[in-house]
Design a protein around this ligand. Sequence first.
Ligand code: V07
Length: 245
Amino acid sequence: MSTSESEWRQKIDPDRIPGHVAMIMDGNGRWAKERGLPRSAGHRQGVETVRQIVRFSSELGIKVLTLFAFSTENWRRPAWEINFLMSLPEQYLHSELPELVKKNVRVKLIGDPARLPEPVRRAIDKGLRDTGGNTGMTLNFALNYGSRMEIVQAAQAMVEADRQGKLRGPVNEALFTSYLYTAGLPDPDLLIRTSGEYRLSNFLLWQLAYTELWFTDVYWPDFNPVHLLQAVYDFQQRERRFGKV
Ligand code: V07
């Protein structure tokens, strides 16, 4: 452990670790460009960061980690880049699944799986199966995820349930929440976005209503455990009011 890592660790209250941390992993392309490398090199290094941050988050005691891996808008990228990105879930799970199982991490997916290539779906299904009984950190990958689509699909499902006379109770926040991909998960306490962009980019719009937001100029491939400790430290200095005085 580096000095600065142990120093930051000491500044953090272990009893007030944010239960759910969500991350927008931005800046892989810019990281590569600044080094004169192809975008794929940025994505590959981005996966290394995912490995490291998942390990560290689970050791820190974070209960749910949600990572925005691929948005519904990302299909507009060039075909070669989409193909490359779609090879990453399999690569990651192939190398990490044994460790995730050992560390009691449970893999979850939010997003529409319908458009994902068959091999990706198969690899993820295996990940969900092999970790389904785990009770440690939930590692939640947002893949082909878009928040407005999620909300519209929830509304459609409620209309359909009502048509079939199966709507359980009045339409309120609790019922609506139960139709989202994130049903059963707590709302994020902390959102981290890398790479100096100050937007939500159609990520968890409903779920982020009271979330603390934390931004850094650091590109995702350079994001490390010390940055995460800094974000958690800042989180612990803030006073959350949830709309109350
Ligand atoms: C992707 C690496 C991180 C930076 C952002 C873009 C590139 C991990 C996954 C993944 C997804 C599902 C899963 C296991 C791993 C991933 C995509 C891109 C599409 F079950 N990283 N990563 N998926 N990047």
